[in-house]
Design a protein around this ligand. Structure first.
Ligand code: E4P
Length: 214
């Protein structure tokens, strides 16, 4: 499973990109609003920090304007992927963009039916939102597992990005479910290297080393 960062914060992305563990980035209008900058300012900066895909979301909700926005966004850098909401007009836009060779990430996906339509429209990526499903009492991880099974059964090449990840248990579960990618918020990514037994083990090793050289 590849790791993407789910943030538009350039400082955070730079920190993790330097470690070499983050391949791509996903943004959305809410994440960009948190930075206090515009999408036009932030996306070019992010696209230089990672070699993999950087998802930039369209604001239009009609096909023609989504396609227009997408054509402008991809001029920023060769690693831009156009994030399109899973609505009928969005699926039409995905079809057009796919024929133009523009990569897409169908977002706000909450059901297997939506995932199938996105894949059939030619989406490069599809993003099931697991945390938001959990919030309404639906098992978000199960949707990812079901999508993995269905995409394998029907030979669909669209890659699954587990999104709306809220904690390390989500990361472990979508890894086991076979998601191609998890897009992970910075607070969860920061927790991932840590384990109390690692800290305790290291403390003991350092104490024993100090005692051994006395
Ligand atoms: C990623 O593509 C999504 O925009 C993001 O994961 C949504 O996460 P949230 O449900 O925590 O806002």
């Amino acid at each position: 499973m590849k790791i993407f960062m789910d943030t538009a914060d350039v400082t955070e992305i730079a920190e993790f990109a330097n470690l070499g563990i983050v391949y791509g980035v996903t943004t959305n209008p809410s994440l960009i609003a948190k930075t206090g900058k515009s999408q036009a300012e932030v996306i070019p900066e992010i696209s230089k920090l990672v070699e993999g895909p950087v998802s930039a979301e369209v604001i239009a909700i009609d096909c023609d304007n989504m396609v227009k926005e997408a054509r402008e966004l991809v001029k920023i850098s060769s690693n831009i992927v156009i994030k399109i909401p899973c609505i009928p007009e969005g699926l039409k836009a995905v079809k057009i963009l796919t024929t133009e060779g523009i990569q897409t990430n169908v977002t706000l996906v909450f059901s297997l039916s939506q995932a199938l339509l996105a894949a059939r429209a030619g989406a490069t990526y599809v993003s099931p939102f697991i945390g938001r499903l959990d919030d309404i009492g639906v098992d978000g991880v199960k949707l990812v597992a079901d999508m993995v099974k269905v995409f394998k059964t029907y030979g669909l090449s669209t890659e699954i990005i587990a999104a709306s990840v809220r904690n390390m248990a989500h990361v472990d579960a979508v890894m086991l479910a076979g998601a191609h990618i998890a897009t992970i918020p910075t607070n969860v990514l920061k927790e991932m290297p840590n384990h109390q037994l690692t800290d305790a083990g290291l403390k003991k090793y350092l104490e024993d080393y100090q005692n051994s050289i006395k």
